[in-house]
Design a protein around this ligand. Structure first.
Ligand code: PHE
Length: 335
């Protein structure tokens, strides 16, 4: 009998799985197991033998049960460790969360320029995209029969309204509302009746600027434009002025910058000329001042119209204007 107990103990110790261990338990300690069998016919034994058998059974049972429990809790520990390993979670890993969006490159450049002009004492004004003919054309010295209207064909609405073709009507609104002296910029969306291709859009962005004071000169204009361009391109830029015609400025200029790609030697971006046309500007036409109730004998000023869309395309070397309004996240995610 002791042999049987020894071999059962050995099997318990040798069990490699919880199932194996369980089958030993059933066989030895179960209701129909060997220990139960030994207890069954105890009644037939003589009292002395019975006491001895009883003692043996108790000792064996205790030994087997404690061996079994030890082994079983060993298996449980291993199982628990495996489960905890599988469930282990690194709480320091950043949550995946939502992918953060980003500002449109036109908005980014607009905000940069707004910050710069605010620091120079300019107000940032807003104006309506649906304009009156008066603000978009007449008050800017572009009467109905003027050929300049042909260059700025737009989308006409009912009641003489139109989608503004430039941000210049906000000059008029600024003069009307604030009067001189005046320093203002007006970024915004403008519209033209254009057929769309890689460099033309019916909808694009400009940033208007105007300063009215006493004795404003072309020198002041050049100073502000160089400050503006230096801040945008993060380096000093060389500029030149060519005559340019806009009915609301006199004299009017096209401001060119020395090509930043080739440094002026000539390349495809500047069409081999070494210069890139960037910014129409000029001194405010006295007729425009008068139309908004400002006396040109006392006040004068400069105005400029920066093409924000064009500027973004130059800064990031974007080859097709249509990307900017494509809404394509593969494009927008780069900024
Ligand atoms: N409004 C003009 C345009 O869109 C640009 C401009 C603005 C020119 C201010 C001179 C002064 O073509």
């Amino acid at each position: 009998m002791q042999d049987f107990v020894d071999s059962a103990l050995a099997r318990i110790h040798a069990a490699t799985t919880a199932d194996e261990l369980e089958s030993v338990r059933v066989e030895v300690l179960g209701r129909k197991g060997v220990i139960a069998d030994l207890s069954k016919d105890m009644g037939k034994l003589a009292p002395a033998e019975r006491a001895e058998r009883g003692k043996f059974i108790n000792t064996a049972k205790q030994a087997l049960e404690s061996a079994w429990e030890g082994r079983k809790s060993g298996f449980e520990r291993v199982a628990l460790a495996a489960r905890l390993d599988a469930e282990w979670l690194d709480l320091t890993v950043p949550a995946p969360g939502r992918k953060p969006g980003s500002l449109h490159p036109i908005t980014q450049i607009q905000w940069e320029i707004e910050d710069l002009f605010r620091s120079l004492g300019f107000a940032v004004l807003d104006g309506p995209e649906v304009e009156t003919e008066h603000h978009n054309f007449d008050a800017l010295n572009i009467p109905a029969d003027h050929p300049a209207r042909d260059m700025q064909d737009t989308f006409w609405l009912e009641g003489g309204h139109l989608l503004r073709t430039h941000t210049s009507p906000v000059q008029v609104r600024g003069m009307e509302k604030l009067g001189p002296p005046l320093r203002m910029i007006a970024p915004g969306r403008v519209f033209r009746n254009e057929s769309v291709d890689a460099s033309h859009e019916h909808t694009f962005y400009q940033l208007e600027g105007m300063m009215i004071d006493r004795n404003v000169s072309v020198g002041n204009l050049i100073y502000f434009m160089k400050t503006l361009l230096g801040a945008i391109f993060h380096r000093e830029v060389t500029v030149r002025l060519r005559p340019g015609f806009f009915p609301f400025v006199e004299p009017g200029f096209e401001l060119d910058i020395r090509c930043l790609i080739c440094g002026g030697d000539g390349c495809p971006v500047c069409k081999q000329s070494g210069w890139v046309e960037l910014l129409p500007c000029g001194l405010v036409n006295p007729k425009v001042l008068r139309a908004s109730g400002i006396d040109p004998a006392e006040w004068n000023g400069f105005a400029f119209g920066l093409g924000l869309t064009r500027l973004v395309m130059m800064r990031y070397a974007i080859g097709d204007i249509r990307w900017l309004q494509s809404g394509d996240l593969r494009f927008l995610g780069q900024f």
